[in-house]
Structure formats: structure tokens, C-alpha cells
Design a protein around this ligand. Structure first.
Ligand code: ZN
Length: 189
């Protein structure tokens, strides 16, 4: 708690000095430009990575940054988040942000049978991803998320109408750099 209090006090001091820097646009009504789906890993902080102010990023984090197939029983929460972000908030940029050294992906692909039932349920659709090569694993994971997103008719329609783009990114926790998938390969963002 001490670390949290110290951070919060610093945040309050910064807001007092320059409120527009942190609270712009005024968060009376959010109008985020992007929705980010990423892992809960404490080293992955999308708002910090993109230096986003309040109101800019609609964030949905879960174990491994997974987007289940909409027909899978565990998809209730992700479906609600997508519906709210893409339909209600009309966000036109959906980002899947994977990261290196992801314990969730490692557990799903290498130690699935040892997992607690809750994790097994959540990670079920990830266990068949390629485990031997991290780059291939991350790409297969991102592709699976994109394919599952497009199974939602409201997302597929917006993508077809060019009113929504899907982005695949990889955050490298070891050096703080971000890669983006462009034309079949990962390049520096
Ligand atoms: Zn992770």
C-alpha cells in the first residue's frame, strides 16, 4: 500500500500543477480513440507505453490478453467489452497487444495439464498454439485473437466498411520496445 499511496500522491501533485496534461480531454464523457486488449502482466501497462491521458484508451486486460471464440463459454466478458467499446463508444481502432515472456501463454502451451481449473477454462483455446518458438507463438496468438474478433458480425461489418482497423502489436518487456504487424512481418512501431 505504501507504494500505491506514494504514487497516488505524486499523481495528485502532477494534476494540481498541470490538470490538462492528465485530464485532457475532460473525462466528463469518455471518447477513447483506441481499445487495447492485453495481458494482465504487471510489466505491460498500455497507458504508460502509449503515454495516454485519461479518456484516450479503452483498456481490457486479462490473463494472456486472450480473446476467446465468441461461442466459447468463457467469452461472456470479452463479448461485453467488445460490444461496449466498439459499438457503444464507437472506437475505430482495436489493438491486440501481446508481450514477450508471457507466463499465461507459456502455461497454456507447456503446462496446461498442471493448471487450476479456472485457468484451464480460460486458456483452453490457447493450448494448441506453437510452443517451441516465441515469435511463432506470439504471432499465432495474435492471429487467433484477430480471427475470433472477426467472428462478431458487428466487428466484421465495421472492418469491411473501413470504420474499424485491427492492429497486432508485441511489447518487448525486456527492453520496453513495441513492434507492430505490417505486411506479414513485425516491425518497429
Ligand atoms: Zn502475459
Amino acid at each position: 500500500m505504501h507504494q500505491l499511496k506514494k504514487g497516488y500522491d505524486a499523481f495528485q501533485d502532477a494534476i494540481c500543477q498541470d490538470p490538462l496534461k492528465y485530464l485532457h480531454p475532460p473525462p466528463k464523457q469518455q471518447k477513447p480513440h483506441s481499445m487495447v486488449i492485453s495481458c494482465c502482466d504487471s510489466r505491460v501497462n498500455p497507458c504508460q507505453i502509449f503515454q495516454a491521458n485519461a479518456g484516450e484508451i479503452f483498456l481490457f486486460q486479462n490473463i494472456a490478453g486472450h480473446l476467446p471464440d465468441p461461442n466459447h463459454p468463457s467469452s461472456t466478458q470479452t463479448k461485453a467489452a467488445l460490444q461496449f467499446g466498439i459499438e457503444n463508444l464507437n472506437i475505430n481502432n482495436l489493438i491486440f497487444l501481446a508481450h514477450t515472456d508471457c507466463a499465461g501463454l507459456r502455461a497454456a502451451t507447456q503446462h496446461y495439464q498442471d493448471l487450476h481449473l479456472n485457468l484451464k477454462n480460460w486458456l483452453q483455446n490457447l493450448q494448441a498454439l506453437p510452443a517451441d518458438n516465441e515469435a511463432a507463438l506470439l504471432q499465432a496468438h495474435l492471429n487467433q485473437n484477430s480471427q475470433n474478433a472477426l467472428k462478431h458480425p458487428f466487428i466484421a461489418n465495421k472492418v469491411n466498411n473501413n470504420s474499424l482497423t485491427l492492429q497486432q502489436m508485441v511489447y518487448q518487456v525486456e527492453n520496453g520496445t513495441l513492434l507492430i504487424h505490417r505486411n506479414g512481418q513485425l516491425i518497429a512501431f
